[in-house]
Design a protein around this ligand. Sequence first.
Ligand code: BGP
Length: 486
Amino acid sequence: MRQGFPKDFLWGGATAASQVEGGWDEGGKGLDTQDCRPQFANLTREQKNSWEYKQMTNQKFADALVSRETSIYPFRFGSDHYHRYKEDIALFAEMGMKIYRMSISWARIYPNGDDEKPNEEGIRFYKNIFEECHKYGIKVFVTMLHYAVPVHLVEAYGGWKNRKLIDFYLKYAKTLFENFKDDVDYWLPFNEMNAGRFNPYNGVALIKEREENYDQSVHQALHHQFVANALTVKLAHEMMPGSQIGCMIARFCHYGATCNPADQLTLMHDEQYTNWYYTDVMARGFYPEYMERYFEKKNIHLEITEEDRKVLMENPVDFVSFSYYFTQVSTASENWEKTDGNLVVGNKNPYLPSSEWGWQSDATGLRITLNQLYDRYHKPLFIAENGLGAVDRVVDGKVHDDYRIGYLRDHIQAMKDAVEDGVDLFGYTMWGIIDLVSCGSIEMSKRYGVIYVDADDQGNGTFDRLRKDSFYWYKKCIETNGEDLG
Ligand code: BGP
């Protein structure tokens, strides 16, 4: 039996450009879809969790295109990483981080998405970040698209439902590989591929009101992303032999509510439609049979060419990664109590504690997930996101976030157990290593970081950085390769 984490285990932290950078209109960057998501003041937590709040509408979009405000568009100020990345990376190094997962903003490289030439200033900005990481021996894991799409691609082409997006994306990918082939250790073409289904504005750049046949558009857009993903894997392997390129989903581990076979059947379908579908296409290389029936039932007719199927089959990913925050219950009953979760509202599990945002923490579910994924694909696994969103308070210059330490301790112990079960897990990047704007509820108040950022929901504050108690805890965890979780 294996004992503990492999000695070269990649401990790290994760961010996304739109949530951390700020500098939304600097350095030649174009406006992107995340820059356009507004935050409305004085809403209750429940209202902020609602679909109406999270959903993009024609009106909100039109307003955002003309507004220069930052206070109601928090993704425009982020955590000011654009100006403070050196300080941030020095803190990552102090913690002993082995890897930094970050995303590149498409609109910094191609401001409109379909420009003829890339923006050299954007390329220089990321080059500087990579140089800074290398200075400290920190490896780099790049997400090439973490939700933020140049708005021009929505306005002129209608987002990912248009097949042309595949070509624009590939051009962008080629530019990244040409410029950063020696700087990046792991590549990820798309963040949380299944987001397209649960939040189509974020995932596939669709505005629901504009779609006559919404389900059809969502799934066609997802198909285009699958093809773009496979072609990017191909391109990476051609341009950078030996490169490591992976896929990612938001993994929703489900439990059957009871041993009633009807609940177990619901469980099987939930797992297929929300999880397996996406990783099956990207890791195994073909559309699973169970989806044919699903599409038929929903009256969805996808345009998939023979060439698409061939490309998918010939270009599976090298590793599988996922985000993991919570688990939920599958039941055939309509009357189950609900609770919030990442991207979806789920059924509540009476055995699990909830965060302030109603996300149910479940470390055992992480061990189960790792075993399930490894068993199915036998590819190396990477946990690209995991962490606890909470309200933190600064008292005498300190943040005593024992709740976060407890969450991390339990999840890292579960990872260790999975490794000892025989799972090939090679890295972990804690989500929101530094406080950043929450993707779901568009606010700073929901904090994940082990590094505190002094900014409020409207972007007031010094933006100074502060080490939370969890900073020292994670440092010790890394130093001892996950042995000292005390
Ligand atoms: C994932 C996204 C991240 C991140 C995280 C936490 O779905 O990839 O961008 O934000 O969820 O979600 P939230 O910020 O809504 O708490």
